[in-house]
Design a protein around this ligand. Structure first.
Ligand code: LRH
Ligand code: MN
Length: 402
């Protein structure tokens, strides 16, 4: 027991970790670079990105430093306000920055007409407008060649008796079926759930079971998206992940961290063990079903420097993925099935407590990347340059969310 517990990482595990880092990619959100806040206010940052050009430039900087974030998620109304007409500009930026457009996120939560909902709204006319935006988003994804259209539906109600949960469910299903029918052969639609906010009595897609049933009824190209901040306190997120893998319905993740609600804090900043446990469920799944999982970050950096926070998050994701990849799955499997509880737990915990940073740094150097991305960012003067270029405009602009 003592000998096996105190094992450094053997050559096999090192190779496993490097292989894992070579294939690990995590998508970053364009809105993570923009000025954001809470309903109580927004503290603007001089270096924040406002234009799509600046968002692609910042994403390119993060990818150059980490080697793990070659795609950027786009939010349609924030990044392509002219819809399909903005596709050539995005394609130009993809060429000039090397960053590819990632998941396409429709905006069905800002417009005044969505006060009582978008795809669940009692008004067929408003549901039609919401569907039109979803079909635009599918067309944009198709034109850009990006795989995922990622749907977060904010719809719900604030008081019991004010809306029919059943009729809204029927209306929503119709729109999701029509959206699924419009998907191209390579496209998927991801259904994101959230228990509350902005609705505070019922949310039409509130948990994983609802999202799974809706995805199943919509069709084979529909999968579930797990935003780690979208669970009630005490929910066992890695068990939900295990179930979605079992159901071959896990489309992807929005990683962030939280202490209380959908706090959108940086990945691994509050509960890194949570992300480790999620990665373990995926890496211990030998089936091919995990290959298509979309790892994405969804955060709002209200106080931290936005580019620094994004680099921090990608590095934390790489380190936690490396820790999970260092687990000797065979050994753990036999200890679990022989109910050797303490040894199994120690085999699991040992990987989490393993300091993989020297190994990750060595991998970075071997891949021609800076061993300390945050230090390299500071040395690059990139943030200072952005502050000089964008400062004047940002201090003037107090735009709405992102
Ligand atoms: C909703 C959400 C969703 C995005 C938004 C920026 O809370 O997680 O994924 O559209 O954040
Ligand atoms: Mn999200």
């Amino acid at each position: 027991m003592a000998e096996s517990l105190d094992r450094g990482l053997d050559e096999l595990s090192r190779q496993r970790v490097w292989d894992a880092l070579d294939r690990f990619r995590i998508e970053i959100p364009s809105w993570g670079f923009a000025n954001t806040g809470t309903r109580f206010g927004k503290f603007t940052q001089a270096a924040a990105a406002t234009t799509i050009e600046e968002k692609f430039a910042d994403a390119a900087q993060v990818n150059a430093l980490t080697g793990a974030s070659p795609t950027m998620a786009l939010h349609v109304l924030w990044d392509l306000p002219n819809g399909l007409a903005d596709v050539p500009k995005i394609q130009q930026l993809e060429k000039s920055t090397g960053i590819q457009a990632g998941s396409i996120n429709p905006n069905l939560f800002q417009d005044q007409k969505y006060k009582y909902g978008s795809i669940c709204n009692p008004s067929a006319g408003i549901r039609g407008k919401a569907l039109a935006h979803l079909l635009d988003s599918v067309a944009i994804g198709r034109a850009l060649g990006s795989r995922d259209v990622s749907l977060w539906i904010a719809d719900g109600s604030n008081y019991p008796g004010t809306q029919s949960i059943r009729r809204r469910l029927e209306w929503m299903q119709e729109v999701l079926a029509a959206t699924h029918a419009a998907l191209g052969p390579e496209q998927r639609m991801l259904v994101e759930y959230k228990p509350f906010e902005p609705a505070f009595y019922h949310t039409d897609i509130a948990d994983w079971g609802m999202a799974l049933e809706l995805a199943r009824r919509a069709g084979p190209k529909a999968k579930v998206l797990v935003d780690t901040g979208h669970h009630l306190q005490g929910a066992n997120i890695e068990q939900i992940v295990a179930w979605l893998l079992h159901a071959n319905a896990l489309g992807g993740f929005h990683f962030n961290d939280r202490k209380y609600a959908d706090d959108d804090l940086t990945l691994g900043s509050i509960d890194p063990y949570q992300v480790f446990r999620i990665f373990h469920e995926i890496l211990s799944d030998a089936s091919s079903g995990t290959a298509g999982i979309a790892y994405m970050i969804d955060q709002s950096h209200n106080l931290k420097g936005k580019i620094e926070a994004m680099v921090q998050s990608v590095c934390a994701a790489q380190e936690l993925y490396a820790k999970a990849a260092s687990i000797d799955q065979q050994r753990l499997r036999s200890l679990q099935d022989e109910c050797r509880l303490v040894e199994a737990e120690e085999c699991f915990r040992e990987a989490f407590w393993q300091d993989v940073r020297p190994l990750v740094r060595a991998w970075r150097e071997a891949r021609g990347l800076p061993p300390h991305p945050l230090r390299a960012l500071a040395d690059s003067g990139y943030v200072e340059a952005a502050t000089r270029e964008r400062g004047a405009r940002n201090s003037a602009a107090v735009a709405s969310y992102a």
